[in-house]
Design a binder for this molecule. Structure first.
Ligand code: NOJ
Length: 658
C-alpha cells in the first residue's frame, strides 16, 4: 500500500483544474472528464451531439465529510482493451470487449486528504465508470449516505420505466413518459429515446455488496442515482478497498441497436473457477396447473407435487423432448397461506405424498434433470439457516438446477424488513449463488435482484425472472409488454418468461396472445433456462404440429442478429443455434397487426428449409388465438419471407440447413 501512495504522488504537482476527452475506439463516442472548482464532472457525446451534459460525481458519507469537494488530480492512467471472449451460455458465443479507459486518481486538497479513483471506460456503444476507494491510514471503512452520480440527459427525452420501491419489485407494466416527469424513483435499465435520435439506457454492472441503483429527477433537473436504502436509511456499509458497481450509459443509434449491447457482461470479470458443468436447459413444470387452479401447491386432494404426477410429467418430458422438470410444492411449508409461511419453510423434507428418492431415480433413469424449488417468501433468515443443507440435499439426489423464489414485498434479514434490492438483499443473492456453484447447482432466480452481468463470472446463474412474466396474464399483461422487454429489462440479461402456454383460452388465466406468438418467445426472450410452461396434455392435444417448434428450438445461441424493432410496437430477431448451422427467427407485435417482409440475408450460403409458424390472417389475441398456419419451403439468403403478425400475435421460423 505504501508503494501505491508513493507512486501516486510521484508526479510533480497535483492539478486543481483539469479537462480531458477520451474517445471510443471508433471515435464516435466521446467522454469529457473535468475537474472544476475542486469538483469532478463527466459528459458524454456521440457524433458530436451531447447525450449527457456535465454531470456531478461524488458520495455523501454518514458520519464523515462528503467525497465531493476540494478535489485535485494527483495522477491519471490511460489504457486500451481489445479482447474477445467466449460465453458458456448466451445470446452470442463470442463477445468483443473493446474500450479506452482513463483512471483519475483524486485527492482532497485539505482536510483528511482522502483519496479515491474515478475509472471511466469508453466503448463504441457507451460509457461506464465507477468509484474506487483504497484503504487509507485514517480511512478504512465508510457508510454511504447517498451516491451523488448524475446523468444529466435531455429531460425532453422519453423514458420507458417501471417504478422503484413497490411491493411487486420489478413486476410492473412499463410506462413511457418524458424524463422531466420522473420525480419518483424508477428502476434501471432505464431506456430513453433522446431528442438527438439515439436511444440510450442507464444501468449498472457488477452489483456486489451495495444497494441497487434506481434513478430519479433532482431539483436541478438531472437524473440522479438513488441507491436502495437499508432499513436504517444507509445505502451501504463497506470496508475499504471498495469499488462501487459500474454506472453505465449504453448508447444505440437506434432502439434495435441497443438490444445487442454487451457492455454489462464486459464490465464483469471472467469466471475464476471451472464452470464446465454448466448446461442450459429446457424444462417443464408441475407449475402452471397450480396457476390455473387445477392443482395446488399445498397438500390436499388436488396437490400437484405427488410422486405419481412427477412420474407422469417425467414420461411427458421424454415424449415431448424436454430435458428437465421443475416440481413446486414438494416440501413442507405450503399448507395454509403459503405467503405467510416463510419463517417455517423446510427445504430438506418432502411432504408425505412426494417420495424424492423415487422421483429422482425415475428422472435419472429416464435422462431427465429435476429442477428443484425453494420458495423462501423472502424469509432470508430462515433460508440462510438451511441453505447449505438445502443444496446438499439436492446434490445428494443428483439435482443440479434450482429455482429459488422470494415472493413478497420484503425480505426478512436479521429480523428486519429490507428491500430485495438493498445491500443486504444483494449480499444474500450473492451468497446463494456462490454456494450453489460449490454444489454445481445452476439457478433460475425468481423475484431476483436485477441482472448486472454477474453471469459472466458465475455462469451457473442461468436465468432469472425480474419482470412481469406470463404468470401475470389473465388481464394484467397487454401484448405490447413483450415488445418493450427487449429494449428495457432484457438489456440486463436473460429472463424466465415461462413461455409456451397453449391453453390460451383458459377461463382463469386467459392469455393475451396467439399460439404462434407463444413459439416466438423462445427466440425473442433469451433465457439460459427456457420453460415449456404448460401442462403436457395441451401440447399433445391442442396443436402437436405447433409444438414441434418448442421441441426443436435451442436454448443456447451462437449469434444474435436483431432484424426490426420499435419499442412497444414490434420486435423481430434472428439467432443462430450454437450446435448446428440452423437459424431461428422470432417476431412479436403489440395490439396492432404488423406485416413484415423478412430478408434472409443473415443466412449462410446454401439451401435452408424454412419451417414457418405464423398467425392465420384472421388470428387475434382476443378472439381467434389458436389460428396458425404452419408451412415449410426451401429458401436461401437471397430470399424474403412475407409474414403476418396478427394483433397480439407473432411468428416463429426455423431455418434448417439442408
Ligand atoms: C412466484 C414465482 O414467480 C412463481 O414462479 C412461483 O410459482 C411462486 N412464486 C411460488 O413459489
Amino acid at each position: 500500500m505504501f508503494k501505491f501512495f508513493k507512486w501516486l504522488f510521484s508526479r510533480k504537482k497535483p492539478l486543481l483544474e483539469y479537462q480531458e476527452q477520451v474517445s471510443s475506439p471508433d471515435g464516435r463516442v466521446v467522454l469529457n472528464t473535468m475537474l472544476k472548482n475542486g469538483q469532478i464532472f463527466y459528459a458524454v457525446y456521440k457524433d458530436g451531439k451531447v447525450l449527457v451534459r456535465d454531470s456531478h460525481l461524488g458520495l455523501n458519507l454518514r458520519g464523515d465529510d462528503p467525497l465531493y469537494n476540494g478535489l485535485m488530480l494527483v495522477r491519471k492512467m490511460d489504457r486500451t482493451m481489445d479482447d474477445t471472449w467466449e460465453t458458456m451460455v448466451g445470446e452470442d458465443r463470442m463477445i468483443r470487449n473493446n474500450y479506452n479507459e482513463v483512471a483519475l486518481y483524486l485527492s482532497e486538497s485539505g482536510g483528511k486528504k482522502r483519496l479515491f479513483t474515478m475509472r471511466f471506460r469508453v466503448f463504441n456503444d457507451g460509457v461506464a465508470f465507477r468509484y474506487e476507494i483504497p484503504p487509507q491510514p485514517e480511512f478504512q471503512r465508510l457508510v454511504v449516505a447517498d451516491e451523488l452520480t448524475e446523468f444529466r440527459v435531455d429531460t425532453n427525452g422519453y423514458a420507458w420505466h417501471i417504478p422503484a420501491y413497490q411491493p411487486d419489485r420489478y413486476e410492473y407494466n412499463y410506462e413511457r413518459s418524458p424524463v422531466y416527469e420522473l420525480i419518483n424513483s424508477v428502476h434501471t435499465p432505464l431506456t430513453i429515446e433522446t431528442p438527438a435520435g439515439y436511444v440510450i439506457s442507464l444501468h449498472e454492472a457488477a452489483l456486489y455488496n451495495y444497494g441497487s441503483m434506481t434513478v430519479r429527477l433532482n431539483q436541478n433537473d438531472a437524473l440522479v442515482s438513488d441507491i436502495t436504502p437499508l432499513s436504517d436509511g444507509a445505502k451501504a456499509y463497506v470496508e475499504l478497498p471498495f469499488n462501487t458497481p459500474w454506472r453505465v450509459v449504453m448508447i444505440g443509434d437506434t432502439a434495435l441497436g441497443l438490444t445487442t449491447n454487451r457492455m454489462i457482461l464486459n464490465l464483469n470479470d471472467p469466471p475464476k473457477d471451472d464452470f464446465s458443468w454448466v448446461k442450459p436447459l429446457k424444462f417443464m413444470g408441475i407449475w402452471w396447473a397450480m396457476y390455473v387452479g387445477e392443482w395446488t401447491w399445498a397438500e390436499g386432494p388436488r396437490h400437484g407435487a405427488t410422486t405419481e404426477h412427477a412420474k407422469e410429467y417425467i414420461d411427458a418430458c421424454k415424449r415431448l423432448g424436454i430435458g428437465g422438470l421443475l416440481v413446486e410444492g414438494w416440501n413442507n411449508g405450503w399448507t395454509g397461506d403459503w405467503l405467510k409461511n416463510g419463517p417455517t419453510n423446510d427445504f430438506t423434507h418432502p411432504v408425505e405424498g412426494f417420495d424424492m428418492e423415487k422421483v429422482a431415480s425415475y428422472a435419472s433413469k429416464n435422462g431427465i434433470e429435476l429442477v428443484g424449488h425453494h420458495e423462501t417468501v423472502g424469509y432470508v433468515d430462515n433460508y440462510e439457516k438451511q441453505l447449505e443443507a438445502a443444496y446438499q440435499y439436492y446434490a445428494n439426489y443428483n439435482i443440479h438446477y434450482v429455482k429459488p423464489g422470494y415472493a413478497g414485498a420484503w425480505m426478512t434479514i436479521q429480523g428486519r424488513k429490507e428491500y430485495h434490492h438493498s445491500q443486504v438483499g444483494v449480499l444474500h443473492y450473492q451468497k446463494a449463488l456462490e454456494l450453489a456453484s460449490k454444489y454445481q447447482i445452476m439457478l433460475d432466480v425468481h423475484e431476483p435482484i436485477k441482472g448486472t452481468g454477474l453471469e459472466r463470472t458465475w455462469p451457473n446463474l442461468l436465468t432469472r425472472e425480474g419482470a412481469r412474466g406470463q404468470e401475470y396474464e389473465g388481464g394484467a399483461l397487454s401484448p405490447s409488454h413483450a415488445t418493450i422487454l427487449p429494449f428495457t429489462r432484457l438489456l440486463s440479461g436473460g429472463m424466465d418468461y415461462t413461455s409456451g402456454i397453449f391453453d390460451v383460452t383458459n377461463g382463469t388465466k386467459r392469455i393475451a396472445t396467439t399460439i404462434a406468438r407463444q413459439l416466438a418467445y423462445y427466440v425473442t426472450i433469451y433465457s439460459g433456462m427456457q420453460m415449456a410452461a404448460d401442462r403436457p396434455r395441451f401440447y399433445e392435444e391442442v396443436n402437436p404440429e405447433a409444438y414441434q417448434f418448442i421441441r426443436d428450438v435451442p436454448v443456447n445461441w451462437d449469434k444474435t442478429v436483431p432484424i426490426l424493432g420499435q419499442i412497444g410496437q414490434y420486435y423481430i430477431v434472428a439467432r443462430k443455434d450454437r450446435d448446428s448451422e440452423d437459424w431461428y427467427v422470432g417476431g412479436v407485435t403489440n395490439e396492432e397487426g404488423h406485416r413484415v417482409r423478412l430478408n434472409l440475408d443473415f443466412l449462410g450460403d446454401g439451401i435452408y428449409e424454412a419451417q414457418i409458424y405464423r398467425d392465420s390472417d384472421d388470428a387475434h389475441f382476443r378472439e381467434n388465438q389458436l389460428a396458425i398456419e404452419i408451412e415449410s419451403r426451401k429458401v436461401g439468403k437471397m430470399d424474403n419471407l412475407d409474414l403476418w403478425m396478427a394483433p397480439g400475435g407473432g411468428f416463429a421460423v426455423r431455418l434448417k440447413k439442408v
